[in-house]
Design a protein around this ligand. Structure first.
Ligand SMILES: [Zn+2]
Length: 343
């Protein structure tokens, strides 16, 4: 169809065409950039996994400076990082990757709970808003300054311990020993400049982030694994960052502060959410099934702990045989027998 333009209309038409071509070109370049980034943006501390559009999990690698998992969400106009790993080195890598993919700086950082492998990278995000539950912040302030001070005082001790392990490794050549050496070396590197950075925002039960593309809801149902555990739910993607409320193919570690009954109750509440993908604090990305499996694990271990008096006689059920760190099963049983008031 031939269209006759008046001069000014013609000019306008070409201008619009030019803008359109420019946009298409930018989209192609951005897409190529994104693909290149995803291939090239790698870290020795974690593996980056795209869980959904704009949702990424950073799954800790053995022997790195991450220990716990982390991840980030692109809300459209804001970026949230969930947890900051065990060292600044790992945290810097995730910050760099998040900023390269989203093309903007990180706005929010969440600390799911107070344990070191989820908060010790906080100093990398001094320019962002850091948020945790009230209880998590209190516990961080209570526990970490003294711990960090002691560890810094004993850097020489740590270095000589690493040397002794390296000598042992020369004779034995063992992968788990090698991983332990590398993990301790990351701690040593971090201790020279490590400082505790506390959350500058807290919330009580629920906090909502409204982005232009996504909404994310931060919740706590109280403590189960630690004194207070938070999780981040992205309803439209049916995805949850679980922190250490979830371990996948990995025995969940009980601590003195843990409350296995409460932990199980929290998981049961969470199982009622619409969920497709779960990012655990330890282990690989899973589905809702992994929440149900962990509930079953709690049922099994609670029952087994009452059946026999001698813990060593209790066998690890076959379904959990392939899980990492099987020694934790016995430790958990011991704790159930001796440390917890299970009512
Ligand atoms: Zn933890």
């Amino acid at each position: 169809m031939k269209v006759i333009f008046k001069d000014y209309e013609r000019k306008d038409y070409f201008k619009k065409e030019l803008i359109l071509y420019k946009e298409i070109l930018l989209q192609i370049l951005n897409q190529r950039g994104l693909n290149m980034n995803l291939e090239n943006l790698k870290s020795k501390h974690f593996e980056l996994v795209q869980v959904k559009d704009g949702i990424y999990a950073a799954i800790a690698k053995e022997g790195g400076g991450a220990i716990g998992n982390a991840g980030f969400v692109d809300l459209g106009d804001q970026t949230i990082v969930f947890d900051t790993f065990n060292t600044q080195q790992a945290a810097i890598d995730l910050k760099h990757i998040a900023e390269s993919i989203t093309n903007r700086s990180v706005d929010w950082v969440i600390n799911s709970h107070w344990h070191g492998d989820h908060i010790r990278g906080n100093q990398v995000y001094k320019d962002s808003k850091i948020i945790s539950s009230v209880e998590t912040r209190v516990k961080m302030l209570e526990s970490h300054p003294e711990r960090i001070r002691k560890q810094k005082e004993d850097i020489k001790g740590l270095i000589s311990y690493i040397k002794s392990l390296e000598e042992r490794n020369l004779k034995e050549k063992d992968l788990s020993l090698e991983n332990q050496i590398n993990f301790l070396k990351e701690i040593e590197t971090s201790l020279h400049t490590l400082e505790l950075v506390l959350p500058n925002f807290t919330f009580k039960e629920e906090f909502t982030f409204y982005g232009t593309k996504k909404t994310a809801k931060l919740f706590t149902f109280g403590g189960g694994h630690s004194n207070c555990d938070s999780f981040l739910y992205i309803p439209e993607d049916k995805t949850v960052f679980m922190g250490d409320l979830l371990f996948v193919n990995f025995h969940p570690s009980f601590f003195l502060e843990s409350n296995p009954l409460e932990w199980k109750k929290i998981l049961e509440k969470l199982a009622k959410f619409e969920i497709e993908k779960v990012i655990p604090g330890h282990g690989v990305v899973g589905t809702k099934r992994e929440i149900l499996t962990l509930i079953r694990y709690f049922e099994d271990i609670l029952e087994l702990s009452t059946l026999k008096d001698v813990i060593e006689e209790i066998e690890l059920p076959k379904v959990y045989e392939s899980w990492s760190h099987p020694e934790i099963f016995q430790t958990n049983l011991k704790m159930l027998k001796t440390s917890f008031q299970l009512k």
